[in-house]
Ligand binder design. Structure first.
Ligand code: SF4
Length: 377
């Protein structure tokens, strides 16, 4: 089977073209500390060998900008940078990368007296000056509050409209060198959001991703369920598979991405009728921001500890840092997000407490048992 790709416009990211029928590019992200230049350059090479076309790095401060400049000197990879709240770093990172990603849901956190439109204009100007593409990366866990207010109880519409609004802002500036992503940890929502967006903005190239898909094999299944449906409809110009993996296995994200593309092209689709009906563990893929390297082990330990509850429809989120941890765990029944020496445990959006990496596991089990008992009653 050969899928007919939807006609989007071409966006150049370094030497890579995305959209307008170009082959779907597989991306990945470094999970090493950006300031550890040797480790990051080595991981870039590891991801390149697996076939990553674009490699993203997290940069949050000036020290990391300095490291990025040196990383740029040591690799020929096509690099993207992930900006979170500190959007003004765009001017400093732009000269060293080929693409800048910003999250519309994070722009309101800083310089509150400045309009979102002005901040987007700044990012577009930085991208133009540095010959960079942009990704407008919308995420269900951090939707811009004004769009949640405009679409109460309809998070899906809020993320689609937030992305469309940022496309408008960019296009009004005459800047069209951007792609959009609409990510969630639930594959059903990823399909719905991207399908709706592709209908509303057929010309905009889409970067597909199921965020915090978690550990293999479940993380791969979740990603496949979303990508298969979208790619088979011709939606998606570039993909990123987000898996919780130790650093020496990070390249598996890229291998899985290529495998999904090959399978969809050949008409091979998976069937998992009971998937998603029981315990759901979501966990982030980790990045430079991860607060403690014990995070990947913690995610694995949570999976092992909670296996006894496999039949219960409960979601547990395990996140690596304070940047996205607090927000991205709000919708889960139980959430854990990592600090440098403690793990914060939440039940929905209410904090239960902070515990050491060892103590948090029995506390998690207590809370899980309590939820199961309450539901049985
Ligand atoms: S939650 Fe934090 S550590 Fe995990 S991928 Fe997101 S930014 Fe990186």
């Amino acid at each position: 089977m050969s899928t007919q790709r939807r006609p989007t416009r071409a966006v150049r990211i370094g030497n890579i073209q995305v959209g307008a029928g170009a082959p779907v590019a597989v991306q990945s992200m470094c999970a090493t500390k950006t300031r550890d230049i040797d480790a990051t350059v080595a991981q870039i090479a590891q991801l390149q060998r697996a076939g990553a076309a674009v490699i993203r790095i997290a940069v949050d401060n000036d020290k990391e900008v300095e490291a990025l400049a040196e990383i740029r000197r040591q690799t020929d990879a096509t690099l993207a940078v992930d900006l979170q709240e500190n959007y003004r770093l765009a001017a400093k990172v732009g000269p060293h990368v080929d693409k800048i990603r910003y999250n519309p849901g994070h722009l309101h956190h800083v310089e509150r007296d400045k309009s979102i439109a002005d901040k987007v204009a700044w990012i577009a100007a930085c991208a133009r000056d540095s010959d960079c593409a942009v990704r407008i990366g919308v995420n269900c866990g951090s939707v811009a509050p004004e769009f949640l207010e405009r679409h109460p109880g309809n998070q899906l519409e809020a993320i689609v409209q937030s992305a469309a609004h940022h496309c408008d802002l960019m296009e009004q500036l005459g800047f069209e060198r951007f792609v959009v992503s609409l990510k969630d940890s639930d594959p059903t929502k990823v399909v719905a959001a991207n399908t709706r967006f592709a209908e509303a903005r057929p010309q905009v190239p889409l970067h597909l991703g199921v965020t915090e898909a978690g550990m293999p094999p479940d993380g791969i299944i979740k990603t496949r369920l979303a990508f298969e449906k979208l790619l088979a409809q011709g939606i998606g110009d570039t993909i990123r598979v987000s898996l919780t993996l130790p650093n020496d296995r990070k390249h598996e994200e890229v291998e899985v991405g290529h495998q999904i593309l090959a399978d969809v092209e050949a008409g091979r689709f998976i069937s998992v009728p009971d998937f998603g009906k029981g315990l759901n563990i979501i966990s982030c893929p980790s990045c430079s921001r991860v607060e403690n390297e014990a995070f990947v082990d913690l995610a694995a330990n949570v999976r092992e500890l909670t296996a006894y509850a496999a039949k219960h429809r409960i979601t547990i989120a395990v996140m690596g840092c304070r940047v996205n941890g607090p927000g991205e765990t709000d919708d889960a029944d139980l959430g854990l997000w990592c600090g440098p020496s403690t793990v914060n445990l939440k039940r929905k959006d209410v904090k239960v407490g902070s515990y050491s990496y060892e103590e948090v596991l029995p506390r998690l089990r207590d809370e899980l048992d309590r939820i199961i008992e309450e539901r049985a009653a």
